[in-house]
Ligand binder design. Sequence first.
Ligand SMILES: C[S@@+](CC[C@H](N)C(=O)[O-])C[C@H]1O[C@@H](n2cnc3c(N)ncnc32)[C@H](O)[C@@H]1O
Length: 275
Amino acid sequence: MPQQARDERASPFIKWVGGKRGLLEQIRPHLPATYGRLFEPFVGGGALFFDQQPKRATLSDNNARLIATYRGLRDATDEVVWRLQGYRYDRDEYHAIRAQTIDGAPDAAVAAWFIYLNKTGFNGLYRVNSKNRFNVPFGSYTNPNICDEPRLRACAAALQQTNLVLGDFEEVSRKARKGDLVYFDPPYVPVSATSFTSYTAGGFDSEQQVRLRNVARHLASRGVHVVLSNSSARAVIELYQDDFDILELRARRSINAKADGRQAVVEFLMKSRTF
Ligand SMILES: C[S@@+](CC[C@H](N)C(=O)[O-])C[C@H]1O[C@@H](n2cnc3c(N)ncnc32)[C@H](O)[C@@H]1O
């Protein structure tokens, strides 16, 4: 049996742009006191799921490699740990692993590939070219923790009862029933956007934001509890003000490469009027 160095509570095992770890204290008080299942249709690093660890959850995303990573960790934890223990922090090794054809490989291999590149690539970014090839450059770290075994095992344990789904947010959230909680954390509307401009951020344009609002509204009308994050753009107010309560959260975001380049940025949390 592999040794567990320390007893650890689960928390995100990957860095993810837009990760909600730093906002959990502010989000928690706005969740319903009780709910059925938790749905996270834009799961990313899964900060809210790992914080809540509900008995029943459906986690989904439209990034196939990310969902394969969650599945690999849940179903083949030992193999993921073993593979990661064999990887070194080295520029040539990074380029060799990055160049592997990973789609279609077993989930455990995808998970090790994904976690290694996340821990050793520049800023933990996930970025691909037009051929879906991962193209983030090698990152500079003192001693990256490529295989954080206690955390990986804690996450794997938390994931055992979850339903992991690859797909679009609309299709997946349709399964939510009255009393369930759906937390939507989409790519954000650019802060500069007004309702009259068109924009695309992370492939998620104004049309998608409207589609998301319509889905959220429909779920709430069926008695599903909906909580949704987005930026503090004017367009967000216009999208949600009629049917949702809009709260302000303060996020600390890096605005430049220097450690002191951090300042509080306001973002919104929308709540359905079902609780
Ligand atoms: C802001 S991130 C979520 C961050 C996450 N809550 C966390 O704490 O790490 C947005 C996620 O939405 C996913 N995504 C983008 N468009 C989507 C769509 N149409 N359906 C489902 N997921 C989508 C992206 O792959 C990304 O993982």
